[in-house]
Design a protein around this ligand. Structure first.
Ligand code: GLU
Length: 441
């Protein structure tokens, strides 16, 4: 049974980078008919906030990325402590007392000598008396996992065969001096206890994966399939980390980005498959293939979202727009015809209300100086309402007849006069909703 999880820390709002991780894991589970777990990684009580937990759920719901099960690390401390005991019993866990300053000094010395800054395991050489003395002086130490200094190999779902020399990695701290359980161990216990079969996450976790594979082995568990997707960069290849705060999913939602635009883009970006707008998650999942993704950093351009969102809306049936049409004030019995008139001319849902208000209130006519006389004459010929689907062609035919204008020179000034804009809905269908414009100046 395929089981995946998305494991955000509730220390901020989800951003576009998180979405990539959530989506990949969701797609794998969905495609296989498996289970998708939302796991809240809240082992850090100082940085975790309940409002972010709520925001994470809300953002995922907005995207339609439903989960089958929710877990919280803060509720599973007993399981982590039991795993810590197992590691201790197996001689793979040791207490170390160096202060951050001491560790920093060690690292600097190693670097000066041209050596990799790997923890020297000085704590392993402490006698019981020395350890007791240090504990009395400094309080509890940190607990480090003793890596076996072999190579750690796995076949990554995206990066292919990977091999990391454990000798180049410091023994990871799994429990802090203040007793706080760290994510590295908690995640291993969760992934193995919950039967997670595939872990997809950012390539910044590759070293983590190497150590977690050894921890899983030490606990007598088997490792899931790991896959590490490349990190997103800006359009020029610049790092996104500083900008991610401005690429929060809720801000994109606020800006009118459609969920299926985000999903359609991020489920393909960085793969060899083209980005195509899909209507449902199932359609996106169907073509989703992890092996099509490459290891190179993936360029993300926020500007791509606007045309994709517009395309999503152009394809939306009126049923998907009912709430927006009704909120804009469109009467139910006109909703279908009005949506048919404007659907190709909306970029965001906010445009529904904009077109409706314009239609109902009438536009300020947009008139070029050289067209003023022509437009005045034409508007004087506007038939009395109510207008319908035949009004535009009848009116423009009469104006053509009277003025001799035709083609673009006829239609463009009339569109601009009627809507106050150069571009907009098909006038034949839009006329049924339009009010006469105001001539200014
Ligand atoms: N809470 C971790 C993070 O947000 C989860 C990483 C993982 O997927 O294991 O980075």
């Amino acid at each position: 049974m395929t089981t995946t999880r998305f494991a955000p820390s509730p220390t901020g709002y989800l951003h576009i980078g998180n979405l990539r991780t959530a989506l990949f894991n969701h797609m794998i589970a969905r495609k296989a008919g498996g289970t998708f777990i939302l796991r809240i990684d809240d082992t850090d009580p100082e940085r975790s906030e309940e409002r972010f937990v709520d925001a994470i759920r809300e953002d995922l719901e907005w995207l339609g990325l439903t989960w089958d099960r929710e877990e919280r690390q803060s509720a599973r401390m007993d399981a982590y402590l039991a795993a810590a005991d197992t590691l201790r019993a197996k001689g793979r866990f040791y207490e170390a007392f160096e202060t951050p300053t001491e560790l920093d000094l060690k690292r600097k010395k190693q670097l000066n000598m041209g050596k990799p800054p790997v923890y020297d395991r000085a704590a392993l050489a402490l006698s019981d008396e020395e350890r007791d003395a240090l504990r009395a002086e400094r309080g509890d130490g940190v607990w480090r996992f003793k890596l076996e200094t072999t190579r750690i190999n796995w076949t990554d779902g995206i990066l292919g065969d990977l091999s990391i020399d454990a000798a180049s990695v410091s023994d990871p701290v799994l429990i802090r001096g203040d007793g706080q359980m760290l994510y590295t161990l908690a995640s291993v216990v969760d992934d193995t206890d919950m039967g997670v079969t595939h872990v997809v996450r950012g390539s910044d976790h590759v070293t983590n994966t190497a150590t977690q594979i050894q921890i899983m082995e030490a606990l007598g568990k088997s490792a899931p399939v790991f896959a590490h997707h490349s990190l997103l960069t800006g359009p020029q290849g610049e790092g996104l980390s500083k900008r991610l705060g401005t690429l929060a999913l809720r801000d994109l939602r606020e800006a009118g980005v459609e969920p299926m635009a985000l999903i359609s883009l991020l489920a393909r970006l960085g793969s060899s498959q083209p980005v195509e707008v899909r209507e449902t998650l199932d359609e996106v999942a169907e073509g989703f293939d992890l092996s099509q993704f490459g290891s190179a950093p993936t360029k993300f351009d926020e500007a791509d979202l606007r045309p994709l969102s517009a395309r999503v809306l152009h394809q939306s049936p009126v049923t998907a727009m009912a709430a927006d049409l009704s909120a804009a004030g469109v009467p139910d019995d006109q909703a279908e015809a009005f949506w048919a008139a404007i659907h190709d001319n909306v970029e965001t849902r906010a445009d529904v209300a904009r077109w409706w208000a314009l239609a109902q209130n009438g536009a300020d006519a947009l008139v070029a100086d050289e067209d003023r006389e022509f437009v005045t004459e034409a508007l004087a010929m506007l038939p009395d309402g109510p207008w319908d689907g035949t009004t535009w062609s009848a009116w423009t035919a009469a104006v053509k007849e009277a003025t001799g204008r035709k083609g673009k020179g006829l239609f463009m000034p009339l569109r601009k006069a009627m809507t106050g804009q150069e571009r907009g809905p098909d006038m034949a269908s839009f006329m049924a909703f339009l009010s006469p414009p105001r001539m200014l100046g």
